[in-house]
Design a protein around this ligand. Sequence first.
Ligand code: PMP
Length: 413
Amino acid sequence: MGDHPVREEVSNHIDRMTMTGWIADAPLLDEFTSRRDIYPYYHVIEDRPTPGEVVVDGIRAVNAASTDYLGLTADPGVRAAASHAAAEYGTCWTGSPMLGTVRLHHELEEELADFLRRPAVMLTVTGFQANLTLSSLFDTGHMVIADQHIHASLLESLRLGRAECRRFGHNDVAHAERLMRISADKGKVPVIVTEGAFSLGGDLCPVPELAALVKRYGGGLIVDGAHDIGVLGTNGRGVGEHFDVEEGIDLITGTLCKAFGSVGGFVAGSVKAIRSLRHLGNAAMYSASMAPASAAAALAAVRTARARPELRAALWESARRLHRGLAQQGHRVPSWPGPAVALPAGQPDQGLKTLEDGLKTWRAFLEAGVYTGAFLPPSVAGDRLALRLSVTAAHTPQQVDRILEVVGQLLPP
Ligand code: PMP
């Protein structure tokens, strides 16, 4: 989605806010949250008539805003596992996993460790929390070197940790190497932090090159696999398997709310790293453990994903259809034909009007029967809104074609 100027430093400064009372004013928020006609967030999903559709504001629409990549939220076995666990274990395990856990949590950790071929896995309640726990690993002797486009949860982790942090231009290996040299000059241990598949730009991280930097300069490589675990690689083990460099990745973090149709997160890595996270990772150890129903759903989903590679094949079929159709219409599509594509919307360079235009386009998509995800700057580069269209194994070819038809009507390239 274009390039930001790279700000190497990681600051706590929040743009677009002014302090007049104890809650800061954010003019953009005031401007758009009151506009129910175009405000794109927190809508109630009133129904899911089919796995690929939703009803929002009374409108039946193809769901192009979902990352239920393998369609497992609708899988009868996954749903039954969740109900059964709630009946057997109750609704929650009131409190921290340190003070007691259920067998299901262990089974899920073992299943994920076996699936990802990692010695150990720690569960967390969300993927965001998994990334936050990383902050406990970042110490004054480290320099954390992170991609410019990392997810907010990784950014917060950098802010919470005690290490000096620098960011490199998105997927810019030469820039990362310059920072590795600075780290070496300062006598620090470098830790590269990035994502396997970037869901907005639709591109993959150059893991082989980053792993080679770690081999050369020492340190570690952490990859957030939220959008590639379960999706990429012959067996779904993610970007490491895709590039055949799994041993070059030291820690993988992930979510269970995308390919694995549940709610939860995890960190996978060495026994030493996971032991450290279990005992020093405040974000998880002083928080609740996963609800048994969520753990059971995730466990059933991981097993189903492993046993049914045809689900990944169906996802890729949907993704290829989307990319092919967009390219035929003249849209710029990412080089990697992943399941999500973000298209810019709104006339550029007109300030707030650019955003309003983009939001009106989001609404027009919904009214035409396609529910999309809206991403606003600064979470996307430039001044335009990005409409993210994502497809899954649950979409029928007709539903993908409907998305394409509406793009053709509303978003000329
Ligand atoms: N990392 C990435 C790259 C994400 O897109 C997300 C958002 N789902 C997260 C982490 C956080 O995961 P969760 O939703 O499970 O908190």
